[in-house]
Design a binder for this molecule. Structure first.
Ligand code: V07
Length: 255
């Protein structure tokens, strides 16, 4: 057997790179971008260098997803738990949206990408909020890929907020009215109400958990765990994940 056709189990657990079925591209891909700190540590660099490189990878993957006609790409950039990291690191991370947009907004506009966020954005530093607001405003009419940043996001906090808002909206409802409420109705109180549920969740860096990310929305999604650290993730890896996704039978709990 020729070496280049031999399977290398170190490469990844996902399918070989072959032709993707362009008719079956997942319309919504969600990604837990894990491994930035570890990537930096392995290179004896400060953790923030890993976050910077992680931001660069977002540009690469946004281009790739846009080229593949993915409709929604949701990226877990900062969780409600990440505030417990060293203050210097948090400060640096909160500057990344500014840096990202200074260097990438023209290309987002050129590629017809629409920027959206989920999470408790109002709790972020003013400069971060301003950058995000500007990006949303300047891409609001775009109709291509929707790039959704989850920032200061947590799945349980999102669900609690949704429950509180739903209760407020039904203050005077009878027991019978309340019993008529559906999953579809509740989903309108989530931060993701404008977007379809993800078809595919990718987590990089080998950890196999969802860590409070989109816990309601991922109920029927395919999960793919990729061993690459996020700064090393690239278009080839994304295509391999999509290839694996296409090889799986999606069952939706029956049928
Ligand atoms: C963040 C870089 C990626 C690796 C993981 C954490 C650090 C880009 C953004 C961003 C957010 C909103 C926006 C434009 C860009 C970002 C945070 C962290 C909080 F409109 N990268 N990145 N935001 N990291």
């Amino acid at each position: 057997m020729f070496k280049k056709f031999k399977k290398n189990h170190h490469q990844s657990q996902s399918a070989d790179i072959g032709a993707l079925d362009l008719q079956k591209i997942p319309q919504h891909i969600a990604i837990i971008m894990d491994g930035n700190g570890r990537w930096a540590k392995q290179r004896k660099m400060p953790r923030v260098k890993g976050h910077y490189q992680g931001m660069e990878t977002i540009k690469t993957i946004t281009r790739a997803a846009s080229d593949l006609n993915v409709k929604y790409l949701t990226l877990y950039a900062f969780s409600t738990e990440n505030w417990s990291r060293p203050q210097e690191e948090v400060n640096y991370i909160m500057g990344l949206p500014v840096n990202f947009l200074n260097t990438f907004l023209p290309e987002l506009i050129e590629k017809n990408v629409k920027v959206e966020t989920i999470g408790f954005i109002d709790e972020l530093p003013p400069k971060t909020i301003q950058a995000i607001e500007e990006a949303k405003l300047k891409t609001a009419d775009n109709t291509g890929l929707t790039l959704i940043f989850a920032i200061n996001y947590g799945g349980r906090a999102e669900i609690m907020k949704g429950i509180q808002n739903m209760i407020k909206a039904h203050k005077h409802a009878s027991d019978r009215d309340i019993e008529q409420l559906t999953e579809q109705h509740f989903a309108q109180y989530l931060m993701t109400s404008d977007f379809p549920d993800p078809d595919l969740l990718i987590r990089t860096s080998g950890e196999q958990r969802i860590s409070n990310f989109l816990i309601w929305q991922l109920s029927y999604s395919e999960f793919i765990f990729n061993d690459k650290m996020w700064p090393d993730f690239d278009e080839t890896e994304l295509k391999a994940c999509i290839k694996t996704y296409q090889s799986r039978q999606r069952r939706f709990g029956g049928l």
